[in-house]
Design a protein around this ligand. Structure first.
Ligand SMILES: Nc1ncnc2c1ncn2[C@@H]1O[C@H](COP(=O)(O)OP(=O)(O)OP(=O)(O)O)[C@@H](O)[C@H]1O
Ligand SMILES: [Mg+2]
Length: 587
């Protein structure tokens, strides 16, 4: 006894109980939100259980009527029997339909809630998770949470009605019988208590495996071109099989453990069942109960045992749901992007139309986590109507600088600000992101048509507006020649188009955003030099107040810049034409 108490005490000290409670409180907030639907579901479940009990009792009366013990009201009992059966049929059909509707609604709402929470999470914290893992948390874990939210309370109520009802009916008829039926309870309880810890570990491992599987599938499908190009098809097929085998092996180990538990509790259940049956037959042989009462005994004892094991099953179900809730809470409790500066950012955006925006880094230091700093005491300035170039060897911090400007990463020291003569200055954050248009390295087109991709940034953009920005980005020439024009499908990742064409489409889309600062991360690298120069010139004459920061390696772009900064060995310094030349020649 002391040992058991000590065990629980150590668990509480480890914070397990607190964790479990906080996970259920979190799920409780959803239960509270859908209390009405859950109450209807509970009522239907409870009425099903009550009718189940009623059926057993009516069937006792029917048997007694048929065997001549109480044949006066045979017709009314038969009608009642049929009535209860038919009602159950309707209640079950209605319950199935309603539960489908409720579960779809609750599932979707919880999912979209979590999805939107994930999207508004601080990017720096979120980027530590693999996409496949996040996908499984959004889909798999949310599913088990929403099922628990919807069914847990109704299940408890149904199980207790069946359990309590059967126990009371048996007590009224024969107390000894009730206690025989319950004899297996302590054994089942102890075995469940011992299996819980192991089950928790299995569950946790299984969720991890599912996340890994989703990640593997997602990454494989995303990199099909590379897989085919390198002749890795067989390798990936065998990896896929290995991942499958791993989960089969794990499922079998888990099943082995579960089967042992099931066989054990099943065996205890069988023994109790035989004892009940034997006792009921003995009472019938004694003549102290009727046929009907004997069958009632048998059916009640089995529903008592059944509901008892359902009570015990509530525990692992709660554990599974709490594990999934914990995995979701891990993501949703990551720091959120602050929305404090959003209003000020929007005011600055309005003012920018008249006066433009200046963006500055003042003595900024930055490091990814505990890694060595990417740069220290860095200074950079880009004013309205300027093109500022960033050069530097690969991996020295050009993209990182743009991420800091976008408020995706936060500097450890120094100030990163935007300013405007009328609004003043503001530290860079998610609130100032509306001032930027960003074209990252790599491809950012979504499946859909060209127009749909464009309207992602301005839903009400007219056809003329779209064509205008496509012309500025020097993209309209190739779109014009397509049968469907701007309604041409770009395919997933924009694969319908060449790299240079994709880059021009991305630039056009960014221009539609109408932000005062444009960040181009090697966004013109796939264009020939003449087109590259033309596009940048077009942008400047289209938006004279635009502040442009461009990372580039080519003299064609750098020759257009008002200022160029070199990022190297942890420093950012402004460089003159001669230094640019030396860098380009050496690089
Ligand atoms: N999420 C991250 N976590 C840890 N380190 C990172 C992360 N992203 C980038 N780095 C590291 O920071 C350094 C700067 O990377 P960055 O992408 O800014 O380089 P870059 O100058 O843009 O290079 P390139 O010209 O190749 O695009 C690199 O050493 C890179 O490995
Ligand atoms: Mg880069």
């Amino acid at each position: 006894m002391f040992k058991v108490l000590k065990h629980y005490y150590s668990r509480i000290k480890e914070g397990r109980l607190e964790e479990f409670i906080s996970q259920w409180l979190w799920m409780g907030s959803y239960i509270k939100r859908y209390w009405f639907l859950i109450a209807i579901y509970t009522f239907l479940g409870a009425s099903g259980s009550a009718l189940g009990l009623g059926t057993s009792m009516v069937s006792r009366n029917l048997i007694d009527a048929v065997t001549g013990q109480n044949s006066d009201n045979i017709v009314s009992v038969a009608c009642l029997y049929v009535g209860v059966g038919v009602s159950m049929l309707f209640i079950n059909a209605f319950k199935t339909r309603l539960s489908l509707k409720i579960s779809l609604k609750v599932n979707n709402e919880i999912r979209s809630d979590i999805f939107s929470q994930i999207l508004s999470t601080d990017w720096e914290s979120l980027s530590k998770y693999r996409t496949g893992d996040l996908m499984y948390r959004i889909n798999g874990d949310t599913m088990s949470v929403s099922n628990a939210v919807l069914t847990y309370i109704p299940n408890i109520v149904s199980v207790f009605i069946t359990f309590g009802g059967a126990f009371v009916v048996m007590l009224q008829n024969d107390a000894i019988m009730a206690f025989i039926a319950l004899a297996g309870a302590p054994i089942s309880f102890i075995s469940t208590r011992f299996s819980m810890r192991k089950m928790r570990e299995y569950q946790r491992k299984q969720l991890e495996l599912q996340s890994n599987k989703t990640t593997f599938n997602q990454e494989t499908l995303q990199n099909m071109q590379m897989i085919k190009a390198f002749g890795l098809v067989d390798y990936f097929i065998s990896e896929y099989k290995a991942v499958q085998e791993q989960s089969v092996e794990f499922a079998m180990t888990q099943n082995k453990f579960q089967s042992r538990m099931t066989v054990f509790t099943g065996f205890v259940g069988q023994l109790i069942g035989y004892a009940c049956y034997g006792y009921a037959v003995y009472r019938l042989w004694q003549g102290s109960v009727s046929y009907g009462t004997m069958t009632l005994f048998v059916s009640m004892s089995s529903s008592l045992r059944g509901s008892f094991s359902s009570v015990l099953n509530l525990l692992p179900t709660a554990m599974r749901a709490s594990l999934s809730a914990g995995r979701i809470m891990e993501i949703t409790s990551l720091p959120r992007e602050s929305i404090e500066d959003e209003e000020k950012g929007k005011t600055m955006l309005k003012e920018a139309v008249k006066t433009g925006i200046t963006v500055e880094l003042q003595d900024v230091s930055f490091a990814y986590g505990k890694n060595p700093p990417v740069f220290t005491k860095a200074n950079l300035r880009a004013g309205s109507g300027e093109i500022v170039g960033l050069i530097g060897p690969s991996g020295e911090g050009k993209t990182t600088t743009l991420r800091i400007l976008l408020g995706l990463y936060h500097c450890a020291a120094g100030r990163a600000i935007v300013s405007n003569p009328t609004v003043g200055s503001m530290s860079l954050s998610s609130g100032t992101r509306c001032l930027f248009s960003y074209i990252p390295q790599g491809n950012t087109l979504f499946s859909g048509t060209i127009a749909e991709n464009m309207r992602m940034l301005k839903p009400d953009a007219t056809k003329e507006e779209i064509i205008e920005v496509l012309k500025v980005a020097d993209a309209y020439r190739f779109i014009e020649s397509l049968d469907k024009g701007i309604d041409t499908d770009v395919f997933e990742g924009g694969n319908r188009f060449s790299e240079g064409q994709k880059q021009r489409l991305s630039i056009a889309r960014a221009l539609l955003h109408n932000a005062p600062i444009l960040l181009l991360d090697e966004a013109t690298s796939a264009l020939d030099m003449a087109t590259e120069k033309r596009v940048l010139k077009n942008i400047l004459s289209y938006r004279p107040l635009q502040t442009i920061i461009v990372t580039a390696h080519r003299p064609s772009v750098l020759s257009m810049c008002d200022r160029v900064y070199k990022i190297q060995s942890g420093h950012i310094e402004e460089v003159n034409e001669e230094q640019i030349q030396t860098f380009l020649e050496e690089g």
